[in-house]
Design a binder for this molecule. Structure first.
Ligand SMILES: Nc1ncnc2c1ncn2[C@@H]1O[C@H](COP(=O)(O)OP(=O)(O)O)[C@@H](O)[C@H]1O
Ligand SMILES: [Mg+2]
Length: 333
């Protein structure tokens, strides 16, 4: 019998809450998924659905002191990373997980040259000599296609364009050849051409380094072009999970369908307004235990009190199966 390989990342029933004046508010509600070697997993959903918070928990970077993991497990290569020593955690963050944030200007130190910032993790985590770190910095800047790397190393973040800063963030994230790259809306702040270049670069790096990655975006087009598998998140939960081609060909959850309908496509007349999803994601304090998309649609009934069952329509395609939401779908004809 062939043994299943241990996933790079295994998340089981993860819940995350933020302290507030009205008590803890649950931002992520029992989320489970796996990520395998070399895979690019997309997480898609509207703003506020819990995409960033889920991945911040993986790097143990939840906003402190209010953000807390209230239940669940996170394992990297089988290692329980919620119960490791601070020393081990620092090593993991520096060497195994690279995070690319949405706004590089907030993540880069304005008072240090970019060369210094890239070299820092090499000196700290890889134990390189300064001379070696300097050489590797130049290599990394070239890898992320920053021209004239020797001169650019001495620049400070404010001297670079948004696209260049994003590349520097990528260089820092990949400096130690991490097993896992988390890219949280890495291109939102950039214009379309630079966006394409950055995504292309991330794809190449993934292939060159064999790392696994999680790409967060609210744009299904970006998912289609870059990911192998996708999780659709709504109001703190995964509502559908499928290989990318399968999700586009056979979307089953009403929320996934609504997201797909609001995507530009040949179906829509040029210049016609795209359909948008009515209403908005409910406030954390108002979320129901039952089907949250029904809640948004203003439906009432039993479906609001009990969380819909997770069903698998094929080994890789699953969804939260609310019978009301999915009334018109293939699974509940
Ligand atoms: N520092 C914080 N304090 C309180 N609530 C937060 C904090 N960060 C995020 N949240 C809440 O957690 C929920 C999920 O946020 P987030 O993961 O950032 O959404 P997404 O990345 O999908 O846009 C939102 O309701 C958000 O308001
Ligand atoms: Mg986010």
């Amino acid at each position: 019998m062939k043994l299943k390989p241990i996933p790079v990342l295994e998340i089981k029933q993860l819940s995350i809450a933020f302290d507030s004046d009205h008590g803890p508010q649950q931002a992520v509600d029992r989320v489970s998924f796996e990520l395998h070697q070399g895979e690019c997993l997309g997480i898609v959903g509207e703003s506020g659905c819990g995409k960033s918070v889920t991945t911040m928990a993986i790097a143990r970077l939840l906003p402190q002191p209010s953000g807390k993991i209230t239940s669940g497990e996170i394992r990297m290569h089988g290692e329980d990373i919620l119960n490791i020593s601070p020393k081990r955690l620092s090593k993991l963050r520096g060497q195994k997980i690279g995070v690319i944030f949405q706004e590089p200007i907030n993540a880069l130190n304005p008072l240090q040259s970019i060369g210094h910032q890239i070299a820092e993790s090499l000196l700290l985590h890889q134990g390189m000599t300064s001379a070696k770190a300097y050489k590797r910095c130049i290599e990394l800047l070239r890898l992320v296609r920053i021209p004239d790397a020797e001169t650019r190393m001495k620049d400070y973040p404010h001297q670079l364009s948004g696209g260049m800063r994003q590349r520097v963030m990528i260089a820092i994230a990949i400096a130690c050849r991490p097993d896992l790259i988390i890219a949280d809306e890495p291109t939102t702040a950039l214009d379309v051409t630079v966006q394409q270049q950055i995504l292309e670069l991330l794809r190449k790096l993934r292939l060159e380094m064999g790392s696994s990655s999680i790409l967060i975006t609210h744009d299904l087009g970006v998912i289609a072009q870059n990911c192998d598998r996708v999780l659709v998140m709504y109001a703190g939960r995964i509502v559908e999970s499928a290989p990318v081609a399968e999700l586009f060909a056979n979307p089953l959850h009403a929320y996934t369908r609504a997201l797909l309908d609001s995507m530009p496509s040949d179906k829509h007349e040029p210049k016609s307004t795209l359909p948008t999803i009515p209403g908005q994601v409910a406030d954390l304090s108002e979320l129901v235990e039952g089907c949250r998309f029904c809640q948004r649609m203003g439906r009432e009934g039993d479906c609001l009190t009990q969380r819909p069952n997770w069903i698998e329509v094929s080994p890789e395609h699953g969804l939260e199966n609310c019978p009301i939401c999915n009334l018109s779908s293939a699974i509940n004809p």
